[in-house]
Ligand binder design. Sequence first.
Ligand SMILES: NC(=O)c1ccc[n+]([C@@H]2O[C@H](COP(=O)([O-])OP(=O)(O)OC[C@H]3O[C@@H](n4cnc5c(N)ncnc54)[C@H](OP(=O)(O)O)[C@@H]3O)[C@@H](O)[C@H]2O)c1
Length: 257
Amino acid sequence: MGADKKKIAVVGATGRAGHHVVDILKSQGYDVAEIARSNGVDVITGEGLSDALAGVEVIVDAATGPSADQEAATEFFTTAAKNLQEYGERAGAERIVTVSIIGMDRSKGGYGAAKMAHERVTQSGPLQAHILRAAQFHEFVPQLIDWGRQGDVSYVPEMRTQLVAARSVAEAVADLAISPQASASGGPISEVAGPREERLVEVAKLLAARRGDPARVEERSDPDNPDREIYEGGGLLPGPNAILAGPTFEEWLEEAY
Ligand SMILES: NC(=O)c1ccc[n+]([C@@H]2O[C@H](COP(=O)([O-])OP(=O)(O)OC[C@H]3O[C@@H](n4cnc5c(N)ncnc54)[C@H](OP(=O)(O)O)[C@@H]3O)[C@@H](O)[C@H]2O)c1
C-alpha cells in the first residue's frame, strides 16, 4: 500500500456489491478491511468490529441482513448504522458511504421503509455520510425468480426498473469512498442506475431461458406490497442527475451465464 493511500472498511465484503468494492479498491492499492460474519466480524453484535476498524478513514456500508420483512430489516439496518457510526468514530474514521435504493424515499412500508430508517440513522451520526441510492442489481433477478416460484410458475413483481450491474454500483461506491470531493459534489445523496429501463418480467424471462430453467415466468401485481405503486408506476427509476452505467441486462447475461 502507498503511504498516501487511506485504509477503507467494506462492510458486506462478501456480498453482491461488496465483493466488487473490495476488488476495485484492492486493485487500486488500498488497504481494505473486509467486514462480514464469514470473516469473523459482526456489525450487529460488534464482534471483532473495533479491531477491524482500526486505522480506517472511510467505511463503506454494503451489508444486508437475512430478512426482507420490515421489522427485522429495520432492526438490522438501524443497528448496523448506529454501530458503524459509534465504532467508526472511536476508531477515528471520518466518513461513511452507504448503499440504499432509488425511490425508497417515497416508500409506504416494507423493505423500503427499512432502507429509509437505515438512511436516517446513517445520516444522524458523527461521521460525514454519503448515501448512494442504486437501482435493482442485475444479480438480484435470479433471487426474485426463486422467491416467486410456485410449482412450475415463477411470479415476479410488476416492476419498471433501470437494472444495473453490481460491479457498476461498486465502481460508484469506490469513487465515493476514495474521494471526498466525489461525495461532496452532488450533495449527500446520489443515484446510480443502468443504461436503460427494463420490465422485470421481460429480463426474468431472458434469464430463465438462458439458464434452461423450466419455470414459466409471469408478472404479478402484489396487493400486499405497500410500495406497489412505486414499483409499477416508475418510482424506482433514476432521476436526471443519476450516474448511468452499463452493461445492459442482456450484455451482463452473456457474461454471467
Ligand atoms: N440487491 C439489490 O438489487 C440492491 C439494489 C439496490 C440497493 N441494494 C443495497 O445494496 C446493499 C448490498 O446489497 P447486496 O445485495 O450486495 O447484499 P448481499 O449480497 O445480500 O450481501 C450482504 C453482505 O452483508 C454481510 N452481512 C450480513 N450480516 C452481517 C453482519 N451481521 N455483520 C457483518 N456483515 C454482515 C454478508 O456477509 P456474511 O453473511 O458473511 O455476514 C454479505 O457480505 C444493501 O444495503 C442493499 O439494500 C441492493
